[in-house]
Design a protein around this ligand. Structure first.
Ligand SMILES: Nc1ccn([C@H]2C[C@H](O)[C@@H](COP(=O)(O)OP(=O)(O)OP(=O)(O)O)O2)c(=O)n1
Length: 177
């Protein structure tokens, strides 16, 4: 079988743009190996665990979503209702709707293997509602969300150096130096 594996170094300043769909990945320290073959291997090879990592389409961007929602609200004259606090409450309400889908089901495995297509679509819709309100809330608070995410991720990397926290889920305040 042809080996389609490519090695991509995870660097803090270079976002990885895997192809849309699923990528078979292995992760070891700061390297991720992507394969686009049909292989479903999941047993550790040389101590490296392989797993399928779900990836997104590259569009729409957050700015696309902001603009589409702005058009949606303008067309309905709904801006009068979409102040920051109302958007926050609407977003939290939608988070509650996402929670309802998981309620009483116990732990759910990645990929939601026991869910029906209709349940998956319902989840996709509720997650979209959360994102739409989040993006509009950021707009109305004048937060440039994509850039804010970059800054926050840089902070997260500083707070949680991989060499220090590898394999541990402890909060940064629990590390004594
Ligand atoms: N005043 C409103 C009402 C709706 N929407 C948009 C944003 C959300 O993506 C979606 C929310 O619609 P609903 O409030 O009808 O909520 P659901 O779609 O979740 O319906 P339901 O509560 O019946 O599950 O519509 C909006 O922008 N502003």
């Amino acid at each position: 079988m042809e080996d389609n594996r490519q090695e991509v170094e995870l660097r803090s300043d270079v976002p990885i743009s895997p192809p849309n769909g699923e990528a078979l990945c292995t992760q070891e320290h700061n390297q991720v190996k992507l394969t686009n073959g049909q292989n479903h291997a999941s047993s550790p090879v040389n101590g490296v665990q392989e797993y399928r990592r779900h990836t997104f389409s590259t569009e729409p961007t957050l700015e696309d979503i902001r603009r589409m929602q702005a058009e949606f609200t303008d067309e309905r004259d709904w801006n009068q209702f979409h102040q920051p606090r109302n958007l926050l409450l609407a977003m939290v309400g939608e988070v509650g709707e996402v929670s309802e889908l998981f309620q009483w089901r116990g732990e759910v495995a990645e990929g939601l293997p026991d869910w029906t297509e209709s349940e998956r679509e319902h989840l996709a819709q509720e997650l979209s509602d959360v994102l739409i309100y989040l993006v509009e809330l950021a707009e109305k608070c004048h937060v440039d969300l994509p850039q804010a995410v970059l800054r926050k991720m840089a902070l997260n990397r500083q707070k949680y150096p991989a060499s220090k926290v590898h394999g541990s889920a402890k909060k940064y305040t629990e590390y004594n130096e």
